[in-house]
Design a protein around this ligand. Sequence first.
Ligand code: FAD
Ligand code: N01
Length: 557
Amino acid sequence: MTNTSMNEASSAGAKHVDAVVVGAGFAGLYMLLLLRDRLGLDVVGLEAADGIGGVWYWNRYPGARCDIASCDYSYSFSEELQQEWTWPEKYPAQPDILAYLEHVAERFDLKRSFQFDTRVIRADFDERSNRWRIETAHGTRFVAKYFIPATGVLSEGNVPEFKGRENFAGRNCFTGRWPKGGVDFSGKRVGIIGTGATAMQAIPIIAEQAAHLYVFQRTPSFGVPLQNEPMSAEEDRRIKAAYPRIRRAARESFGGLSLLEARPSALADSPAERRAHYESRYQAGGFSVWFGSYSDIFFDATANETAAEFVRQKIRERVKDPAVAALLCPRPGVTYGTKRQPCESGYFEAFNRDNVTLVDIHRAPIEEITPQGLRTADASYEFDYLIYATGFDAFTGALFRMNITGCQGLSLNKYWSAGPRSYLGIATSGFPNMFNITGPQSPSVFYNFPPGIEMHCEWIADCIRFMEAHGLARIDADAEHEEAWLRHIVELADATLMPKASSWYMGDNIPGKPRVFMFYLGGGQKYRALIDQEAANRYPGFNFVAEDTAQADASKG
Ligand code: FAD
Ligand code: N01
């Protein structure tokens, strides 16, 4: 078959649209709204789940909630929306965020443009027509000028391949695919593997229900209290009146949050001043210790140790049994805040209960999952339910599973085999007309997601508007700009303590994944200025092909 007839064959029966957006989380919903309603494009959204919500659709495990305050973790693009929606708590729980996103979808009539239960399994760029050909697991096909994966950086689960995993006779649960009806643990024996942010939210609640809970911990985490509280009517009014200031402060901040200001140096304060400052941040809750204590904890190991020791001391104060407390404290030399800060509500106190057992699988690793439970190097445990709270194949997991092929048959999986490559974290050279939202090499997970998503979606919509207004068929990131961006990402990361820590930020949690730093550490305000400047200067880091050139080339073939 010639190239032309292959292209024709694979486009036959396909639906032709201007853009395909994959994913119906915060990103996919807003991207679709902008392209459809502001630009007037013909857009289809494809979503693997049977509803909207993304992370907040899938992660229904007990205790799932956001650890960024609702006034920050919400869309800012519509004044009416932010005024009419009332959050019940300072830090919203999963059902409330899902209800909010349902409201957004309803209010802006978004669902009619989505196809649910529809997983994208392949996307190929056809260089002759400058169109993406997208295929779903049902075999339906789409041809689109623009292909926008809004597939999330924490959407592809990681369930480790323990020996004997399939032999467990009880019920398996993965926190990132929690059943809609919930799971009743009353009177049951439960095992949970993992002690990251997810497990720290789930454990105190499951501990209250289960007959016995075994917590299998390989690495302890520096948890700090969330300090959640109900939203009073007065606080709701205050926030609604203050939205212009709150949103501005978030835009002008490093991490997209409105309320935190760190002092420059932990070492410049006396031990007593430092202790008081950490204490006030600990009591303030959420990310206050992480982003709001001292800036140099990210750069200087001695400064970092003051924060690490403060949090360890808190764990020792909260856990009654000193041996259990010691196990729950991150080990000496492990830096604080160089992996994602987990926030908790009663996590450490859960280990004061008689029905909770902490099992150290660092010392005695899991050897096998058995029909009755699991066996470690030194003991066997029996339970009825086994929960995997084992995290995600972050950043690249969902993208790689779409089998994306760009120019000259190059697969994204191959091009990124030594780590992600992009210009500005938005586009990858050789993959034209494809845009990433809060993906690798952007501020991504080091920036509050809703404003990060709005920033990217608006930039992408403006870029597409520019292309349509100027008769452009193709936009492709310039390879030299991409190379320079990669160097910049590494340079910023290497100035901090972060690449030295073992975490999913570095791909450490997935066997065989290359160890590279995955996101931009220059801060949201600098990043916004860079991408705005790129657009204002008419995209110097990108190469364009005009529609008429593309048509002429196609007719030559
Ligand atoms: P997602 O919400 O992940 O949506 C991606 C969607 O794409 C999913 O619905 C998925 O089904 C779909 N999809 C993926 N692949 C395909 C495919 N091949 N075909 C079709 N559909 C596909 N961030 C914060 O800023 N603050 C927080 O407090 C916070 N809490 C979090 C708590 C949990 C438990 C998790 C897992 C993440 C949390 N995050 C938090 C990060 C979270 O990823 C973002 O806040 C945000 O929800 C991301 O939205 P998104 O639309 O980019 O991606
Ligand atoms: O995943 P994780 P998560 N054997 O990767 C353990 C967001 N989030 O789902 O550290 C034994 O952090 C692993 O142990 P170790 C947030 O961005 C936010 O908890 O690899 N154990 C670890 O303890 C977060 O960072 C909220 O030694 C194994 C755990 O499983 C991100 O999602 C709530 C193992 C995984 O921890 C991911 O968090 C929830 C193995 N083979 C999630 N493999 C909020 O509060 C893994 N583990 C907003």
